[in-house]
Design a protein around this ligand. Sequence first.
Ligand SMILES: [Zn+2]
Length: 306
Amino acid sequence: MAPAEDDTVRLKPPGPGSARRGLIGGLALLGLLGGGVWYGAGGPGEDARPAPAATPAPPQPMVRVMAEAELLALLPEQPSLYRLRENPQVFVLLFPDLARQGEALNRAAALIEKAGLPRDRLLDATELAAAIARSGDTPATWYLGHDYRSADLARFFALAERDRVALNEAELWLRDQFALASAAAGPGPFAMVSAAAPGPQMDMPMRMAVLRHEIGHGHYFTLPGFAGHVQAVWRNGFTEAERGAFRGFLGREGYDAGNDELMANEAMAYLLFTPDPRLFGPAQVGLAPATLDRLRELLRVGLTLP
Ligand SMILES: [Zn+2]
């Protein structure tokens, strides 16, 4: 999710150097041992046990399950992975600040959905910094939250491997979490979404709206039939003028307005799952309140949580 565009709520860049603070040294280990993830029997630290007679089963990755209401109130001190109780195909990464979220996910955002950037290779650090600067953002504020299909993140890591691109420490941590989620989710697609803790650039109500927005995308990526319903409403329930208003709003926020599937997914997430008028409302999108209510109703009828 992009920061609000309106100047009255435009998130100010952090002070010099602050976006780079807290480079994630050692966090891969901390994330596994002290974060929201742990190993079941046979995990790290149990080597001193007597070896069982039979071949031991491989470690079973476990990801802590949390209800959405719990996640909305949760502010872990280290980057952590959780699984959404209401829809277990949605995995949620919570970061202690926007800078660390950006370190882990900005390059994936560039590959997967940021406008005007290559879709077939990873940017290097210089190219990524330039793309962020062109958008008027900092690494911390390029996105307030992130949401990806498992297949898109798998492609990100496969391209890094193919081109021998060195991942930064936060991206290596992300790769570990992706592997844990993959093992827990089983065969089938899943979603990884993220939000950061509140701070100078995002208060608690805005953070809650961002997390709800990203979880909404998680539903879109994983609930059978929901994406098709959203696409059908976008094509047939929105007028061309309404689609144009959303493309304008989302394009100003830095989304790729030429990607119609992304436009439909974002329109859904803003309409149904973004309860903060600083981030979304009639003024930002340039449509009447009654129009937004009508579109909400059309979208909502397709949403049935497991
Ligand atoms: Zn979004």
